[in-house]
Ligand binder design. Structure first.
Ligand code: UD1
Ligand code: MG
Length: 489
């Protein structure tokens, strides 16, 4: 059994979020706040965990079970949320006997890193402290407890903002919401907390003053970057945390040799990987399991979800892709859409306003303009002309189109699936292909052209006389109506 137990406070409703959903379950870039925090804690020093739940307790427990199916957390139920001190008092009996150290962490600081947690427990051990407090400095300090120090510099207490005097209010050193206690000190004092404050709550923070006054053991402190311990108390703070997290992800990716243009405008999920020498343009969104290879270019405004882009491929601006593969040195876009199951071959090209769905485009093949290619298998060196449509759906079922290697599809053609065009064949422009075309053939499926010389001017005369310009509109309409009724009677 581990010697450190960590009590995670997650019972509060988070009134300032103005939601029925418990605050710790709010989503931060794809993961609930509490899941993010637990992940960092699990990566930190070895500890056992007691999670205090209360508001929507079962939902919180379920979320943790789903995220960490193999981990066993102990839960303590705080039926009424009477403050952070009360929450710790509720959890205390669940702390194993063998634990001589108890860490307490607020459940609403999801960006805490395992490194800072280690720093806290190591300092606590080195100082042999009754309590080690994590402090921080932040630009905005609204809502945070202020750290009070003696003239000697040692910490002597925490004043919650709403209980601050005007002078205390100005203090910039803040309580981060993360503490390390000696088990003995915690056991002896947590039940002594009172609720004589503005909120009539039992404040865990009052233990700091008690430790500074009553024990022979020191009160230690450790400063932690504000970006790690910024709490989420309302929706604005949630977006601020999103920005901090994105900045961390972008920083890691740039450090790995990736160029980003206007990095502040780029969204990258932490699950995304980008190879060295890739360039990411402004306002790009890379999400899910997207992997970008070395030396790729992802143009302005592209949105990629679960997409693999292999080395040297180029996505011109404004492409939207999902569950797709773009192989080495292929060129896609601008304005292309790759739907699930699209596979653009090596050095292949997909141009503007082309949509692929469940379609493999072979090596070196091109579909450069205005096409819909759904449920297709396209071989190598195939040219798909502008405006080609794979008619894959009959209202009930989807059917496949196969274009074998070296096929040439003339512009504005339709492939009425199921249909196969054999190797090396040509399909004439404007054809509607309804049957298979054998290899090395020319398929024409359109009406033969008829030309009538001199007819243009005759036609123009005829049309002109019918339109009778100059006649008032009303009169013309009346005459037309009269003619119509004469015909029908
Ligand atoms: C708390 C600190 C404040 C500190 C700030 C840092 C206290 C009294 N104040 O304020 O000094 O600067 O965190 O983020 O501790 N919770 C329970 N049960 C309860 C009440 C709260 O489990 O009865 C949980 C909440 O779910 C939350 C955490 O404790 O995860 C902190 O509560 P919150 O209300 O956010 O405290 P703050 O006002 O932010
Ligand atoms: Mg808070």
């Amino acid at each position: 059994m581990s010697k450190i137990t960590c009590i995670v406070l997650a019972a509060g409703q988070g009134t300032r979020m103005r939601s029925r959903r418990p605050k710790v379950l709010f989503d931060l870039m794809g993961k609930p706040l509490i899941v993010r925090l637990m992940k960092s804690l699990l990566d930190g020093p070895p500890m056992s965990f007691v999670v205090v739940v209360g508001h929507e307790a079962e939902t919180v427990q379920e979320a943790l079970k789903e995220a960490f199916p193999r981990k066993k957390f102990t839960y303590a139920l705080q039926n009424k949320q009477k403050g952070t001190g009360h929450a710790v008092a509720t959890a205390r009996t669940r702390v194993p006997r063998s634990s001589s150290t108890v860490v307490v962490v607020n459940g609403d600081i999801p960006l805490l890193t395992s490194g800072s947690m280690r720093k806290l427990t190591e300092r606590h051990k080195r100082e042999g402290a009754a309590l080690t407090l994590a402090t921080t400095h932040l630009d905005g300090h609204a809502g945070y407890g202020r750290v009070l120090r003696k003239s000697s510099g040692t910490v002597m207490g925490i004043r919650e903002e709403r209980d601050c005097s005007p002078r205390e209010f100005e203090i910039r050193e803040l309580n981060a919401g993360l503490y390390c206690f000696s088990r003995r000190f915690l056991d002896a004092n947590v039940a002594r907390l009172a609720s004589r404050n503005d909120q009539n709550e039992f404040y865990l923070t009052d233990l700091v003053e008690m430790a500074s006054m009553s024990t022979g053991l020191p009160v230690a402190d450790v400063e932690i970057p504000g970006t790690e311990v910024k709490g989420v108390n309302d929706r604005k703070e949630l977006t601020e945390l999103e920005e901090i997290l994105l900045d961390r992800i972008r920083g890691r990716i740039m450090a790995a040799g990736v160029t980003m243009r206007m990095p502040g405008s780029i969204w990258i999920d932490e699950t995304v990987e980008v190879g060295a020498d890739a360039t990411i343009g402004p306002r790009v969104v890379l999400s899910g399991k997207t992997v970008i290879g070395k030396g790729c270019t992802i143009g302005t405004g592209c949105v990629l979800t679960d997409t693999r882009v292999e080395d040297g491929a180029v996505l011109e601006p404004y492409c939207v892709t999902e569950e797709a593969v773009v192989r080495a040195r292929a060129i896609v876009g601008p304005f292309a859409r790759l739907r699930p199951g699209s596979d653009v071959g090596r050095e292949a090209q997909v141009g503007n306003f082309v949509e692929l769905k469940k379609t493999v485009l072979g090596e070196g093949s091109k579909a450069n303009h205005l096409s819909y290619l759904g449920d297709g298998v396209i071989g190598r060196n195939v040219n798909v002309g502008a405006g080609t449509i794979f008619c894959n759906y009959d209202g009930f079922n989807k059917h496949n189109t196969v274009l074998e290697d070296d096929v040439f599809i003339g512009s504005d053609s339709q492939m009425v699936a199921p249909v196969t065009v054999g190797k090396g064949s040509y399909v004439a422009s404007g054809s509607t292909i309804t049957g298979d075309v054998p290899p090395d053939s020319l398929a024409l499926a359109r009406a033969r052209q008829v030309v009538k010389k001199g007819r243009a001017s005759m036609l123009r005369q005829l049309l002109k006389s019918k339109s009778e310009p100059g006649e008032p509109k009303k009169k013309r309409r009346r005459r037309r109506r009269r003619r119509k009724s004469a015909k029908t009677s």
